[in-house]
Design a protein around this ligand. Structure first.
Ligand code: ASP
Ligand code: MG
Length: 404
């Protein structure tokens, strides 16, 4: 088999761990597989580099920031390759320009367009272990780009797709994907198999196991992904195409996302084009709006409420205030202390009463719901940050453990 293995920052966190990862790779290789490895930067390294950048510049130049951040993965790829060679294995490290990981030119959040790598193919055919630096790419002008935080996952899946690998293994510091964050719900259970769609929802709802783009890629190219721990041998979670049995589980997981903030513009004139006037300038600066709620009122005035990432809250507030005065709205209210609690499962498509059960479970606990949004396979409720973990627990009890 051709296997792509990705090792995250904690798995290569120090030199002892790098050697341990090298042994694990060697073991797979010795079993007769061809192995392509993708590595992240050593734990904390990307954060340290970002901090350095901010010490020399208030708003670091995006191109130079990517050139800086890419060094983290360059270092770990080289170190891991040395360790493999030291053990007597033929290994080569490749950076993005060598593996020809071509992206667009959106520095800091580049998307992979294609990977066409004669060198990579040659190395594999020669029987070498190839270690590719994750997270980085090059644009069509040869500039170094990066794929956004957690982007090495995406490098791994994109490589697996390009090489038509049999399997993509993501080695991390947790044993797989759980029914809830074990830090919040100690009785959370590891999920053996989960569909791409459920995993994608979970990634966008704050579960940090996989980067969302990585799952998008996996789904598009049908790459089976095995999320597992680099510290143990136990099987993790397989992320795969939806299977008929998956529908029997109504709720696969409960998530809790504390990364959003809420903005309300009150008494907005209710006429065509107003929503566009509010959301266009917010979108133009690259802020991604998540939930939007608009009420209709009898007097031709309405409240518009929406959520944005916490990191973009202040900028979004400023834009909203200026829009509000332009369109004659009353005022802008902001709340950073919210959390979004969600239930996810493909089984929801074919079961009724799921939303009602979610709302009554929260009601029984006296938890007030501030906003609701749904998709075919998830229901999200925005609640006060203070009660978010309790909400997650009671929903996990009710839906996953089936305790009243
Ligand atoms: N080193 C990058 C980060 O910390 C990419 C990754 O770890 O996947 O976000
Ligand atoms: Mg990571």
């Amino acid at each position: 088999m051709l296997i792509v293995q990705k090792y995250g920052g904690t798995s290569v966190g120090d030199t002892e761990r790098i050697k341990r990862v090298a042994r694990r790779i060697a073991k797979t290789y010795d079993q007769g597989h061809r192995v392509v490895v993708v590595v992240s930067a050593m734990t904390g390294q990307t954060d340290r580099l970002i901090e350095l950048a901010h010490k020399v510049s208030k708003v670091p130049d995006p191109r130079e920031l990517d050139a800086l951040l890419a060094t983290g993965e360059q270092a770990s790829a080289a170190l891991l390759t040395m360790a493999l060679k030291d053990m007597g294995y033929n290994a080569t490290s490749l950076l993005a320009f060598q593996a020809r990981i071509i992206t667009d030119n959106a520095f800091g959040r580049a998307r992979i367009d294609k990977i066409d790598s004669p060198i990579l193919q040659e190395e594999i055919e020669r029987g070498n272990i190839v270690v590719v630096a994750g997270f980085q790419g090059i644009d069509s002008h040869g500039n170094i780009t990066t794929l956004g935080r957690g982007g090495s996952d995406t490098t791994a899946v994109a490589l697996a797709a390009a090489l038509k690998a049999d399997l993509c293994e993501i080695y991390t510091d947790v044993e797989g994907v759980f029914t809830a964050d074990p830090k919040i719900c100690p009785d959370a259970i590891k999920i053996p198999r989960i569909s791409y769609d459920e995993m994608m929802e979970m990634a966008s709802l704050g579960a940090k196991v996989l980067q969302i783009r990585c799952v998008e890629f996996a789904k598009k190219y049908n790459v089976p992904v095995h999320v597992r721990s680099s510290f143990s041998e136990v099987e993790g979670t397989m992320v795969v195409k939806e299977e008929p049995e998956m529908e029997r589980v109504i709720v696969a997981a409960v998530t809790c996302d504390k990364n959003e903030a809420r903005i309300t513009i009150t008494r907005v004139p209710d006429r065509p084009g107003i929503a566009a006037q509010i959301f266009k300038p917010i979108g133009e600066v690259g802020i991604v709006v998540d939930m939007i709620i608009q009420n209709t009122s009898a007097e031709g005035l309405t409240d518009v409420t929406f959520t944005v990432p916490k990191a973009d809250f202040h900028q979004a507030m400023e834009i909203s205030r200026s829009v509000a005065s332009k369109i004659g709205a009353e005022r802008v209210l902001g709340d950073e202390h919210i959390a979004k609690v969600s239930i996810v499962g493909v089984g929801m498509k074919s079961h009724s009463g799921v939303a009602a059960k979610m709302f009554s479970t929260l009601a029984k606990e006296g938890i007030n719901i501030l906003m609701i949004s749904t998709s075919e396979i998830k229901i999200s409720c925005v609640v006060d940050e203070k009660v978010a973990e309790r909400a997650t627990k009671v929903l996990h009890d009710a839906f996953i453990l089936n305790k009243a």
